[in-house]
Structures are given as structure tokens and as C-alpha cells.
Design a protein around this ligand. Structure first.
Ligand code: SF4
Ligand code: SF4
Length: 97
């Protein structure tokens, strides 16, 4: 059996997502407007958060469910993120554990 060394992007591409139309992440734009660090834009490995026309946009479909954003937002940002586990059956299934 050959074990090919895969890049991070290729590994992530092997995961399976069941996308929920209802987002498991909420962003409080009022808090975000006062947030100077906007740390959510830098910590998310899946680049779920983007800044568009001075507003934080959240593409929850790409979330890897690592939990980093909420911790970072609540410690170094203004606490605008409310993160819940995706509803049952939705979210990511990891191929490599
Ligand atoms: S870090 Fe939190 S409060 Fe700051 S912009 Fe991002 S989501 Fe909003
Ligand atoms: S839980 Fe992880 S992957 Fe999902 S939005 Fe937050 S930082 Fe990004």
C-alpha cells in the first residue's frame, strides 16, 4: 500500500460536508463595527470570515468546527461571534479523524 503525502488542501478536500441552510455561527455586526482587531479574519483556517463593505461576512458552509474563532473573538475581539455546534447530521465529517 502506498502512502502518498497529501497537501493540506488535498486533505481538506477529502472531508465531507452536510451543509445546513441554517448557520451555526452568528455575528453581531454592532460589536464587529467597534472591533479594532478583527481577529476572526486571521485565525480561521478555512477563511470563513471576510470583510465586505466594512461588514463581517460569515460563510458557515466551509467551517471545520475547530472552535478557534469564538475563542479568539471573545479574548482579542469584541465577542461578536456566537458559535453553536451544527444541528444533528449537519457539518463536517473528517476522513482522517
Ligand atoms: S473578531 Fe469578533 S467582534 Fe471582532 S470583527 Fe470578528 S467577529 Fe466581530
Ligand atoms: S470553528 Fe474554526 S473553521 Fe469554523 S469558523 Fe471558527 S475558526 Fe473557522
Amino acid at each position: 500500500m502506498s502512502l502518498e503525502k497529501l497537501s493540506l488542501d488535498k486533505r481538506l478536500g477529502l472531508n465531507r460536508y452536510e451543509i445546513d441552510s441554517q448557520s451555526h455561527i452568528e455575528v453581531d455586526q454592532e460589536k464587529c463595527s467597534k472591533c479594532e482587531t478583527k481577529v476572526c479574519l486571521y485565525v480561521c483556517p478555512a477563511e470563513v470570515y471576510k470583510l465586505e463593505e466594512d461588514k463581517i461576512v460569515c460563510n458557515h458552509e466551509d467551517c471545520l468546527e475547530c472552535g478557534t474563532c469564538q475563542i479568539a473573538c471573545h479574548t482579542a475581539g469584541m465577542g461578536g461571534i456566537t458559535w453553536n455546534n451544527p444541528r444533528g447530521g449537519f457539518g463536517i465529517s473528517y476522513r482522517y479523524g
